[in-house]
Write a protein that binds this ligand. Structure first.
Ligand code: ATP
Length: 190
């Protein structure tokens, strides 16, 4: 069986918090790779109308460049519509049946799990892995594993605010992602 991690998110934009958690979980659980998978339309989040799904996917591709253990996954963006993890993972398992998928979530997502579409079925299909996030509780009765990673107090919201205010974002996003944001004029950079 292949062991593959999936880090789902909006990646609006991707930042060092995402990359560090993906890299740490990959190593701790000896996963073959971790795929960063941007949603099309997220079921649980109001997305600010700033970057399109294609732009979020492009930034995710740039973010993982140069790390052989990380990749990006276009499954949800290309499928389109509201991205329900249960349906996405059904499709991925149908394509790659000899795979154990590890679905990685931050502490803020852990205590929302009871609201996820078909969570009981989803828990039978994938293993959930939680990591701590500053300021977030991680309480759940669901059987999920935890991996200790460095606490990184960075969010996409913080980055969008910094870009809009023309404040420095150095070291918080990969340079390639930063270049793309400025080239596309995202988040008020133009
Ligand atoms: P936003 O600020 O726009 O809500 P975000 O920074 O939470 O975005 P997402 O792309 O929505 O980023 O997050 C994808 C996944 O990564 C979620 O499970 C989230 O909990 C987790 N995550 C994001 N940033 C961190 C972080 N700094 N530490 C731990 N987990 C994180």
């Amino acid at each position: 069986m292949r062991k593959i991690g999936i880090l789902g998110g909006t990646f609006n934009p991707p930042h060092i918090g995402h990359l560090i958690m993906a890299s740490e979980v990959r190593e701790a659980l000896e996963l073959e790779e971790v795929r960063l998978m941007p949603t099309a339309i997220p079921p649980h989040k109001q997305l600010p109308d700033t970057a399109t799904p294609i732009q979020r996917l492009a930034m995710t591709e740039l973010a993982v460049q140069g790390n052989g253990y990380l990749s990006s996954c276009d499954e949800e963006v290309h499928f389109g519509g509201v991205s329900y993890t249960f349906l996405t993972m059904q499709r991925l398992l149908a394509k790659e049946p000899d795979t154990e998928f590890y679905f990685i979530i931050g502490g803020d997502m852990v205590d929302t799990l009871h609201t996820w579409y078909k969570i009981d079925e989803l828990l039978k299909m994938v293993r959930f892995v939680g990591v701590q996030r500053p300021g977030a509780l991680r309480k759940t009765d669901f059987p999920i594993a935890y991996v200790d990673t460095p606490l990184i107090d960075v969010s996409s919201t913080l980055l969008r605010t910094k870009y809009a205010a023309h404040k420095t974002t150095a070291y918080l996003v990969p340079e390639s992602v930063d270049g793309y944001i400025r080239q596309e004029g995202l988040y008020g950079t133009c």
